[in-house]
Design a protein around this ligand. Structure first.
Ligand code: BES
Ligand code: MN
Ligand code: ZN
Length: 498
């Protein structure tokens, strides 16, 4: 798929098969898109007055023209304005509409002068490419080959915006491809080769620590969780040092459980068929560094992805085992299905001691409780600094990835008391499991290091029968990737200001 921008000269000159345009709630289309209304001989005004076109977010009305140029027009509702969700509605609703028609392979999206801005172009293109994503290893993909934004007049710097949107779209695709990949395709044994290929030509260092290296360093929790699988655990490390040695380093850690059977505490009834998605956190942080490197951001960022399969065999960890973690904290494995926090504990502590980062963000499909608390509508977020947590929430809101804070009050540490070790890996069943997951991780974050934990278990993949914004399409949503990319863009801007 290619993304483009151009100017609209005459409708019959447009080479795209379909043309989408915005309808703003409460504003007459004759005012917002007068050129379209004229071309369609006033039909928009009539349809609007008769209530067939309303401007409601995530809705569209097809209008077949039977003329030269685009054969079908899509009147897409954008709500109150072309800001944020409005732009995402335009881009993604239009793409979904176009993909439904077999003969439509290219789409133009018209942004009239009254609503055109660089931000709108960016948001339209990114959401359109997200909605155009499909993961398939068989059958036939139905995706558009070309998506073009058409303007009345060109905008300063709009070509750069298109290029940026293209990279962000690629990063989203990379992350979603990893998350969607079957466990046999993307696993601790195959990951590095695949990633080296994806990152080839980029100015990054990409390597992995083997079991031997992990053992020598003391990342015993990663080894313990991976012990029950024939595929040996790894720690994948991707470094992009775009800001030079004196600038701060930002650490991203992603849960990479390539399949979560639960281990000896085998999953019964709880989404075992979805557990290829348990590597989503890793996929997200990998996608974020990819974007940073490809955009050439002036930022130092390290992604750590502990990769394991949580399986059961004669060597697997068992309830009752005690692990000495990298940080020296001993952990009683009270439940082998609470494995994500174990591998993250080691990766976070190792990353902090090795890179001395200014800030740490970890992303994980950590708890079923995330789905119970907030459903598919928002991801729970926690941390040790309210300002940092709020900044991440605000960034997420701006890109259509809503998050909501949960507290990490000290009282919750009570739940993790163990009779034999420093802490255990679960709290009392049914008690605030998402907070308990975050609380567990908090033990492994050095005091004074700003840290945010995003639990994406409820938003990482689509559930059948639930309606999502169309930019998430089916399977892995990539929810969180955009937030991390914007975060790195912000840190990059900060770096170049000083
Ligand atoms: N990978 C799961 C969490 C999960 C559940 C992700 C549903 C996506 C959808 C995680 O490893 C897990 O099993 N968590 C348990 C922890 C419990 C044993 C304390 C949970 O949340 O039930
Ligand atoms: Mn689990
Ligand atoms: Zn898991």
């Amino acid at each position: 798929m290619s993304l483009r921008v151009g100017t609209l000269t005459e409708f019959k000159e447009i080479r795209a098969d379909a043309l989408a345009f915005p309808v703003i709630k409460g504003e007459r289309p004759g005012k917002v898109v007068p050129r379209v209304d004229q071309y369609l001989a006033g039909i928009l005004e009539s349809m609007y007055s008769a209530g067939f076109i309303t401007g409601e977010l995530w809705t569209h009305v097809p209008i077949y023209t039977g003329k030269g140029g685009p054969r079908v027009f899509f009147a897409v509702g954008v709500g109150e304005s072309l800001k944020g969700a409005g732009a995402r509605s335009l881009g993604s609703t239009a793409v979904v509409a176009a993909r439904q028609v077999e003969t439509v392979n290219s789409l133009a999206i018209y942004l009239p002068d009254s609503v055109a801005s660089r931000e709108a172009v960016r948001e339209v293109l990114i959401s359109a490419s997200q909605a155009n994503y499909e993961y398939r290893l068989g059958g036939k993909k139905r995706v558009l080959k070309e998506i073009t934004v058409l303007l009345d007049n060109t905008l300063d710097g709009v070509e750069g915006i298109v290029r940026e949107a293209e990279v962000i779209a690629e990063a989203l695709k990379l992350g979603r491809d990893i998350a969607n990949a079957p466990p046999d395709a993307f696993n601790p044994d195959t990951a590095l080769t695949k990633l080296a290929e994806a990152f080839s030509g980029l100015n990054v260092s990409i390597r992995e620590l083997s079991v031997k290296e992990l053992r020598d360093l003391g990342l015993n929790a990663v080894i313990a969780v991976g012990r029950g699988s024939v595929r040996r655990p790894r720690l994948v490390i991707i470094e992009y040092m775009g800001a030079g040695p004196d600038a701060p380093t930002y650490l991203l850690v992603g849960k990479g459980v390539c399949f979560d059977s639960g281990g000896v505490n085998t999953k019964v009834g709880g989404f075992i068929d979805k557990m290829k998605f348990d590597k989503t956190g890793a996929a997200i942080v990998i996608a974020a560094v990819y974007a940073a490197a490809k955009l050439g951001l002036k930022v130092n960022v390290v992604a750590l992805a502990p990769l394991v399969e949580n399986m059961y065999d004669g060597a697997a960890i068992k309830p009752g085992d005690v692990i000495k973690t990298y940080k020296g904290i001993t952990v009683e494995v009270a439940n082998t299905d609470a494995e994500g926090r174990l591998i993250l504990a080691d990766a976070i502590a190792y990353g902090i001691s090795k890179y001395d980062p200014a800030e740490v963000i970890d992303v994980a499909t950590l708890t079923g409780g995330a789905l119970r608390a907030l459903g598919h509508v928002a991801a729970p977020v926690m941390g040790n600094d309210d300002g940092f947590v709020n900044e991440i929430i605000e960034i997420g809101e701006s890109v259509g990835e809503r998050m909501w804070p949960l507290p990490l009050w000290r009282e919750y540490r009570e739940y993790l008391k163990s009779e034999v070790a420093d802490i255990k890996n679960i709290g009392p069943s049914g008690y605030a499991s998402t907070i308990v997951g975050g609380t567990f991780l908090s033990y492994f974050v050095e005091d004074g290091v700003k840290w945010v934990h995003i639990d994406v278990a409820g938003v990482a993949f689509t559930l059948n029968g639930v309606k999502y914004p169309p930019y998430f399409s089916k399977g892995a949503t990539g929810y969180g990737i955009r937030t991390l990319i914007e975060y790195l863009i912000r840190r990059s801007a900060r770096a170049s200001r000083f």
